[in-house]
Design a protein around this ligand. Sequence first.
Ligand code: KG4
Ligand code: ZN
Length: 345
Amino acid sequence: MRVLGVETSCDETAVAIVEAPADGGPVGSILANVVYSQLVEHRRFGGVVPEIAARAHLERIDGLVIDALAEAGLGLADLDGIAATGGPGLIGGVLVGVMTAKALAFAHDKPFLAVNHLEGHALSVRLTEDVDFPYLLLLVSGGHCQLLTVRGPGDFMRLGTTIDDAVGECFDKTAKLLGLGFPGGPAVEAAAKGGDPQRFALPRPMWRKPGCDFSFSGLKTAVRQTVEKLPAQDAQAVADLCASFQRTVGDVLADRCANALSLAPSSTLVVAGGVAANVYLRGRLETLAAAHGARLVAPPIKLCTDNGAMIAWAGIERLRLGKTDTLDFRPRPRWPLDPSVAVRV
Ligand code: KG4
Ligand code: ZN
């Protein structure tokens, strides 16, 4: 079974082709994986500009589909389905990806699969690792911070979510305040390498509170206030602040995951989403999981940030279950994984 996946919900234009046994469980092979990151387009604004993102997706998407097919050595006739992120995300970009996938599916008479972007992250670990359902998932990205039990494709139970900002947003804001550039996560991680994680005591919102919810706005404010007091051009102070910030985030994530493992015990803790690319945080979660007799599993670093392979893989998981979509699917700016508790997504 081979599926082409299109991802255009934020600032990466991405197309991939993934292959998996039709009746099998986890682990597929990536036949092609092309990503165009819109760094040049957004850098001077210090963040993603939705309208510019949509136009950039439109300019690149056809070329990337052609590149992916060439990389895989396949034609459209060799595919079993066409998947695209159907939401949640910046709606202009999602429209570009969905319309492209629908057109390909219609013209070549293939099933169309509208994939929830968050489900793409949530299932991505099964593309490369032998992980069975159910598992506990920490989903940490630029727009989301949630703990969920993943029971199967389309079957999620949310244990907690952020009551304000997402953790990736907090990394991006910290980087912006320190003039480290965009995207912020990798820049903060790099700057933290030579820093003292104990130098700055920052607040740990929700730490040691019951439940599995998160909050990051107080930490964001504290970072801003600390930056305002930093001596100018003090590279060591910047490194120390990044290390202290990262340690604080690690404390909070580990504390929330500990609660989740107690409330919904699981032998596997999975971390996914862009922030899961952070090696320090992966280490903290590994230690935490081991202390609870669980193993931590994370996708390869390259597959943590947005990509088409995770969308193609989620498409395969859905296609196996016969969960295809019709061509009147409407792109969704909001699309919660667990609709039963969704006040915010
Ligand atoms: O999953 P993703 O690519 O896009 C969304 O769905 O939001 O996540 C992007 C987020 C950004 O906030 C970025 O700064 C963060 O993931 N990120 C990281 C790292 N790499 C990306 N945060 C911390 N450490 C990293 N190495
Ligand atoms: Zn994402």
